[in-house]
Design a protein around this ligand. Structure first.
Ligand code: NAD
Length: 521
């Protein structure tokens, strides 16, 4: 199977063509069970292409290939300098087709070509370059254990690692995962989301072109319940890294524990608080809060979906924030001027509309939006809720769409106890009893989710910024900004938002075993 497509749009004209098989040993082959997966264009629900569907049998084949390569060619056989060179070649190859990569993400994900080109692709290339820089700097250390004895400590690649990524930033998620794993000398079995496999398949051609040995990176497009589950429970995969929902993360960790107790890194959901104090720079707070929730159509694990605004600035903030939200132009991701494309899939579209409905039913006020989009495609109108109560589903659960709650707080106490408590709390309010019997199990699971991924504080007072920032339980904390990330900044969650950190030097340790060679007598 292969995919050819000609983009002839207002913002991008160009051709793309690449095979869409299961990528094992630097070759595209048909899936062992011969199935295919339909890749759907979320802008209109039409079929873009079919790609080979991998199954558990392909995971076995890929692991075998990866293990051979790890033992004979890659791993400790390839000096760090060579890995640096290969990764830099990959970055150059990505740069040469940056627009094509952006167009592929826009096509199957629905994000705008403009966002993909200016945010996703540059960050993806930055990640590969950043980890290329690390590949020849994975040093051990020497520990002096007594006057005449020492232990040396080596950092060794783990071996064959599994990586399961979601659909919200297809290319960037891939680079965030493969970057540290390649730099440290591991072989990879990567499963892209079944909704957004195109940029990952294109990347396979670039990996091959860059000269990576066969078997270093294997990419298997398949479903979570088959390929994802096979990776998580495979006895010869010693590490699995996952980004996606907390519920799926939990089942991956369970499978990892039950199979071979493999090492697990999880980057999961969030319901991130964004706190705006009376003394904030109003325009700055409006601009970043807007970006924090509406970037990528709200499909971001760090989306600032709960905006707490102090009473003295609340009305002005809401007015300006709403004015800005009104400027959002929904439409074709490839049309100039589009700010928001469709949500990734009909499932997500329906899920978000369900949350909007529940917000209305539970008594919140729709301040802006809230009506279904009038037209084709999986579009959701940007929606602002006010008059919410902490126990409402829209305040407690990850919506993963362009929907936010603007929540007024009074808090005059010096240590801002009340707002910090609310900000840190996404747990006890989801009452399982709200769900009818068929949804009871999901209700119970959601009730157990306690997030801590991102948070932000807007204030001109440094003391207040630090005091509150340190008390917020989140892995990423912005002051007078939102959602800014770069390759060197560790990223991950407190509580049930995850285990371990991606990005930065921290991510390297996810892919290394530490060996201590004790003193000899
Ligand atoms: P998901 O967690 O089910 O899917 C993410 C990835 O995991 C996909 O590649 C999927 O195929 C795979 N997967 C699914 N079930 C699996 C299993 N049992 N074993 C192994 N892998 C499995 O997410 P979703 O269903 O696509 O989206 C649902 C919700 O998850 C969203 O609405 C959002 O709240 C959240 N989400 C979070 C992120 C994030 O970046 N943290 C990304 C996507 C989705």
């Amino acid at each position: 199977t292969s995919f050819s497509y000609e983009f002839d749009t207002a913002v991008y004209k160009g051709k793309t063509s690449f095979p869409t098989g299961v990528f094992i040993n630097n070759e595209f082959v048909d899936g062992a069970d011969g199935g295919t997966i339909d890749v759907i264009n979320p802008t209109n629900g039409s079929l873009i292409t079919k790609v080979s569907e991998a199954t558990a049998k392909d995971v076995d084949l890929a692991v075998e290939a990866a293990q051979k390569t790890f033992d004979a060619v890659w791993g400790l056989n390839t000096p760090g300098k060579d890995r640096t060179d290969l990764m830099n070649k990959l970055a150059v190859a990505m740069e040469a087709c940056a627009d094509e990569l952006a167009a592929l993400d826009a096509l199957d994900n629905g994000k705008t070509f403009g966002w993909a080109k200016t945010m996703d692709v540059p960050l993806s290339i930055e990640l590969i370059k950043y980890y290329a820089g690390w590949a020849d700097k994975i040093h051990g250390k020497v520990v002096e254990t007594s006057e005449d004895k020492f232990t040396y400590v080596r950092q060794e690649p783990i071996g064959v690692v599994g990586q399961i990524i979601p659909w919200n930033y297809p290319l960037m998620m891939m680079c965030m995962k493969i970057g540290p794993a390649l730099a440290t000398g591991n072989c990879i079995i990567l499963k892209p989301s079944e909704f957004t496999p195109l940029s990952a398949l294109k990347m396979c051609t670039l990996v091959k072109e860059a000269g990576f040995p066969p078997g270093v990176l294997n990419v298997l497009v398949g479903y979570g319940k088959t390929v994802g589950a096979a990776i998580s429970s495979h006895k010869d995969i010693e590490k699995v890294a996952f980004t996606g929902s907390t519920v799926t993360g939990r089942s991956i960790m369970e499978a990892a524990a039950k199979s071979n107790l493999k090492n697990v890194t999880l980057e999961l959901g969030g319901k991130s608080p964004n706190i705006i104090f009376n003394d904030a720079d109003l325009q700055q707070a409006v601009d970043w809060s807007f970006f924090g929730i509406f970037w990528n159509h709200g499909q971001a694990c760090i989306a600032g979906s709960r905006i707490f605004v102090q009473s003295g600035i609340y009305d002005k903030f809401l007015e300006k924030f709403t004015e800005k939200t009104k400027t959002i132009k929904l439409g074709d991701p490839f049309a100039s001027g589009t700010y928001q494309g469709p949500q990734v899939s009909n499932i997500q579209h329906e899920r978000i509309l369900g949350y909007i409905k529940s917000g209305k039913e539970q008594g919140a006020t729709v301040h802006y939006g809230g009506e279904p989009y009038n037209g084709d495609g999986y579009f959701v109108n940007p929606t602002i809720f006010v008059d919410t109560k902490p126990e409402m589903k829209i305040v407690q659960e990850e919506i993963f769409g362009p929907v936010c709650c603007v929540i007024k707080f009074e808090d005059e106490a010096d240590d801002y106890t009340d707002v910090i408590k609310q900000a840190n709390d996404t747990s006890k309010m989801v009452l399982p009893l709200l769900y009818l019997s068929s949804k009871l199990i999901r209700g119970v699971l959601c009730g157990l989710l306690v997030y801590g991924l991102g948070a932000a504080v807007f204030t001109k007072n440094l003391d207040r910024a630090l005091k509150t920032a340190h008390k917020l339980k989140a892995g990423s904390l912005w002051v007078n900004a939102y959602s800014t990330v770069n390759a060197s900044m560790p990223f991950g969650g407190y509580k049930q938002s995850g285990i371990g950190r991606e990005y930065g030097e921290e991510a390297l340790h996810n892919y290394l075993n530490v060996k201590a060679k004790p003193p000899m007598d």
